[in-house]
Design a protein around this ligand. Structure first.
Ligand code: UDP
Length: 416
């Protein structure tokens, strides 16, 4: 129903600025998700405003991405980077600024889509103050995260409560994989409505050039066997497992083996400390001559790295969805992933890649060796991956599903 597409939608992503450079401190999948979903929904005709917190005084308050799609930065708390575990105290101010924005512009949002628990709390609070429908995407679940870390932050109990309240009271929760839906049901609450709508990827930008061309553009040797990691430097990402697996590979002493580790970090911050730790292990294992740390990989170079690689490894201890898996598959590159979370949904073992138990260095070594030993099979895996992404994981397809959901919710009266 087109008339409903005139209704402005607010995507709220307080700590995941959709307009920020991806690949450094805490900027990753959520930022990509909000930006791509926002743009694709706007292409379908929805006026989309993506609200985030301003984290630097130089950042423009409003960025226009397309005639229908904007990033709007509200000033709530200090105009500097605030780690997500320390963001809670600024949420009341965020709610007030959101309402002030509505009053000043005359826009009254009837549907908000909140991302991550901080925005989820803002959504719950807004619902007490005005009539609207809330759709919520978790991106990460407190209950799973705290099982995996030893230093549980003070905010943990608040987060667990908000995770539960969002599921029980939002009009709809969007789980990005059946695995996430199952965790929500079993570990968070039996109450509340969940739809499964996956994340997507930009199928038009990835997989456009050949492997030979990608390597030439990046100055990489056409003969090398390239193993690729990309993502944030965070112990949860399991980069150590990959490094140790490479050290035991049967190609370890071949001059052709190369490990490329991509992702940004800032010295002294949590990701910088993790990168230092990984570099130290690389050095101790004598892998420095074959390892390249690229730093943050820009959007325009991502398709080249993904395509140049022979295999992309995602050794995460936990991954709610894992955009990297579908980006790699869209680039015809097979994936070896840990058998966790959304990766179990996106990677089909022996068809588009291989799955290994998390933290199991030996299993990763065997999987890497299998794929590097058989380029014809690797090519088949890559082709199957591309096909799977084309049919299931395009941003346009994701936006169509969200659009149907919004239309359905807007046709029902809002309750608070
Ligand atoms: N990414 C990037 N440049 C980098 C590192 C990461 O563009 O240097 C992107 C990557 O392509 C992917 C996202 O960051 O789109 C990471 O998302 P994922 O879901 O894999 O992990 P998360 O960050 O949510 O834990």
């Amino acid at each position: 129903m087109t008339f409903q597409r005139q209704t402005p939608i607010a995507l709220i992503s307080i700590h995941g600025d959709p307009d920020i450079a991806i690949g450094q401190e805490e900027a990753g999948g959520q930022n990509v998700y909000v930006r791509q979903v926002g743009k694709a929904l706007a292409d379908l005709g929805w006026p989309v405003d993506m609200f985030t917190r301003r984290s630097h005084p130089d950042q423009p308050l409003i960025v226009h991405h397309s005639p229908n799609c904007r990033t709007i930065r509200l000033i709530a708390g200090p105009e500097e980077f605030v780690p997500r575990d320390q963001g809670f105290p600024y949420l009341v101010e965020f709610v007030e600024k959101f309402q002030q924005f509505q009053a000043e512009t005359g826009i009254q949002y009837e549907l908000i889509h909140t991302n991550y628990w901080l925005s989820g709390w803002v959504g719950l609070e807004l619902k007490k103050r005005q009539l609207l429908r809330q759709v919520h995407t978790y991106h990460s679940l407190g209950i799973i995260k705290y099982q995996a870390v030893s230093d549980i932050p003070k905010i943990a109990q608040t987060r667990l409560n908000v995770d539960k309240l969002c599921l029980e009271t939002a009009e709809r929760v969007v789980a990005t994989s059946p695995q996430e839906q199952q965790f929500l049901r079993e570990l968070v609450s039996p109450i509340g409505k969940i739809d499964i709508i996956p994340c997507g990827t930009n199928i038009d930008q990835l997989g456009r050039i050949s492997k030979a061309e990608a390597r030439e553009k990046l100055g990489l040797n056409p003969q090398e066997k390239i193993v690729f990691y990309i993502g944030r430097f965070d112990p949860r990402k399991g980069i150590e497992t990959l490094v140790r697996a490479i050290a035991d590979s049967k190609f370890r002493h071949s001059p052709e083996l190369k490990l490329i580790i991509g992702g940004g970090s800032r010295p002294g911050c949590s990701d910088g400390l993790e990168r230092d730790r990984i570099e130290k292990i690389v050095y101790e294992l004598g892998l420095n001559p074959i390892t390249q740390f690229t730093g943050r990989i820009l959007d325009e170079d991502l398709p080249l790295y993904y395509r140049a690689a022979d295999v992309c490894v995602i050794p995460s201890h936990y991954e709610p969805f894992g955009l990297v898996a579908i980006e790699s598959m869209a680039s015809y590159t097979p994936v070896i992933a840990a058998n966790v979370g959304g990766l179990k949904f996106t990677v089909i073992p022996e068809v588009t890649g291989l799955l290994c138990p998390p933290k199991d260095d030996l299993a990763f070594t065997e999987a890497i060796d299998r794929i590097l030993s058989d380029p014809d099979w690797a090519k088949q895996l890559g082709e199957a991956g591309r096909k799977q992404v084309e049919t299931q994981f395009s941003w346009q397809g994701v936006a169509l599903k969200l659009s149907d959901l919004y239309t359905q919710l807007l046709s029902q009266p809002a309750k608070n």
